[in-house]
Each structure stands twice: as C-alpha cells, then as structure tokens.
Design a protein around this ligand. Structure first.
Ligand code: NAP
Length: 253
C-alpha cells in the first residue's frame, strides 16, 4: 500500500516511524514547509503545498496513493478540508488522526475566544505581561494592543518582529516540561497566557503551570474540521491500515 501522511506534528512522525520498517507499506510524509529546519523524518518527505484540493487530488492520482492519513495539527483546518475533498473526488481512503482537546480542570481560568483578534481584545486595556504561544505568522493582531508586554515563543524567529514596544522572543521546539514552563512564567512575571487548545502532552506544560500559578489562559477555540473517519492514536491508525491492507489483499487489489 502506498500511504501519504499529511504531517507537521509529532504524531505524524511517530506514525511514520511505526510504518517505516513495514515492507507492506510505502510511506511518504508531506510537510507544508513552514519551519526552516523541520525535525528529521524516518521516511521520505515531500515539502510544500499541493495547490488546493485539486492539486492534492492530482498528487494522489499521480503517486497512486492508496491511503491518505491526515495527521496535521488540529488548527490546520485548510489542509484537512482539502484532504477530505481530494479523498472524496479520487476515492482514496482517508483517515484523520486528531488529538482530543484539553479539558479545563478545576482551578483553571480559561477565557474562550473565537479568533486571535478576540484574544487580543480579551487581554483588556490595562497593560499586562502576556505569554503568547501561537504560530509566528499569526501574531499581527497583537500590534493593535501595544500597551502589553509580550513574551512570544515560536519554533522559528518572528521576522519582522511585532510592531510593539515591549516584546521578548523565544525560539524553541517542544515538548516543554511543566517545570520549565512554570519557571519561564515566573521569570517573566507573566499575568496571562494566549494559547491554542492543541491537545496532547507536548505543550500542556504551560497550561498546568498556569493553573499552579493561578494565571488565566485566553484559549483560542478549535476550528471546525471536516466530518471524516477519525481516530486519536497511532495504534488506531495502524489497526485501520492493517484492516485496509487485508481487505485490498483479499480483493487482489
Ligand atoms: P493550513 O492553514 O491548514 O493550510 C494552509 C495551506 O498550507 C494548505 O492549503 C496547503 O497548501 C498547505 N499545507 C498545510 N499543511 C500541509 C502539509 N502537511 N503538506 C503540504 N501542504 C500543506 O495549515 P497551517 O495551520 O498553516 O499548518 C501548516 C502545517 O504546520 C501543517 O502541516 C500542520 O500540521 C503544522 N502545524 C500547524 C500548527 C497550527 O497551529 N496551525 C501547529 C503545529 C504544526 P495547498 O492548498 O497549496 O496544498
């Protein structure tokens, strides 16, 4: 079976590693090309957009892909929609692997917002010290609130920097431990956090640290994703693929 994994997440890498040494599967991981030095992958990689759902459909046909696994980040809604559309028009089997969102626990203050502009408004007029963990290309709305002091963490440098007088930039790639994130929040005397509800363990440290320190989290709502078959774990994807392989072998396909 030829498999295309839409990646850009740790789970996609883990899935590729689990499939990489199985002879029944020829696996390629696709990355958008957002980060300058992506983490190494255990299987062949292709990089860059496909050119919308039509481009992805052409790729699936040209490369004779049997199964498409959408293992992208839960906030990468455009590529997930494209995957659903391309799978529908080509008849390629599609499975999404999606992390369940974090649930708010006792003692946490979450301010749920629908957009980054709403997140900026939720910070209020009074200057605050804010820790921001969004993508480096999503920060522009914060320029509308230059009264705050921002600590911004991203994988690659924010270039050009935000047009605000008080900002500190940190470049780092997860996973992040709770203890380290707590130390960071204390060092910068952070008063509020702006985050996505990414789910998973790798970036949960800041949420747990915020709870411990009694800090509010301005939480960006998850985008609506297409209604396609989906699972949560690498093991579930492997079972689905094994089932699909048995089925296609039985049909002699
Ligand atoms: P997006 O808004 O859903 O996608 C925008 C466009 O980028 C897509 O239409 C597609 O271009 C291209 N693209 C996205 N993912 C791709 C992939 N894996 N392979 C090839 N092309 C891809 O995506 P995004 O939110 O910018 O995220 C980009 C990548 O970063 C994703 O792979 C995602 O898993 C990863 N990531 C995202 C976040 C996040 O918060 N959004 C966080 C961590 C990692 P074409 O239409 O030209 O095909």
């Amino acid at each position: 079976m030829t498999i295309l994994i839409l990646g850009g997440t740790a789970e996609a890498r883990q899935l590729a590693a689990a499939l990489g040494d199985r002879l029944a599967f020829a696996v390629t991981v696709s990355l958008a090309g957002r980060t300058a030095a992506p983490a190494p992958q255990p299987v062949p990689v292709r990089i860059g957009g496909f050119g919308g759902p039509e481009g992805l459909a052409s790729y699936l046909r040209d490369q004779r892909i049997d199964a498409l696994i959408d293992a992208t980040h839960p906030y990468a809604a455009a590529i997930s929609a494209n995957a659903a559309e391309a799978a529908a028009v080509t008849g390629v089997k599609l499975l999404a692997m999606r992390r369940p969102p974090w649930a708010k626990v006792e003692g946490e203050t979450w301010i749920d917002v629908a957009s980054i502009a709403d997140a900026v408004r939720a910070l209020g007029e009074t200057p605050r010290r804010v820790f921001v963990t969004l993508g480096r290309n999503e920060l522009q709305p914060f320029a509308a609130a230059p009264q705050h002091y921002y600590v911004i963490r991203s994988v690659d440098p924010v270039d050009p920097p935000l047009d605000v007088p008080h900002a500190t930039y940190l470049t780092a790639r997860g996973p992040f431990a709770e203890g380290d994130d707590r130390a960071l929040l204390e060092r910068h005397r952070i008063e509020a956090i702006v985050a996505k509800n990414s789910g998973g363990a790798a970036t949960y440290g800041k949420i747990a640290a915020a709870r411990a320190l009694g800090l509010p989290v301005v939480m960006l709502k998850r985008p609506v994703l297409p209604d396609v078959p989906s699972v949560e774990t690498v093991d579930e994807v492997l079972s689905w693929l094994d089932h699909a392989l048995t089925f296609s072998t039985a049909r002699g396909v």
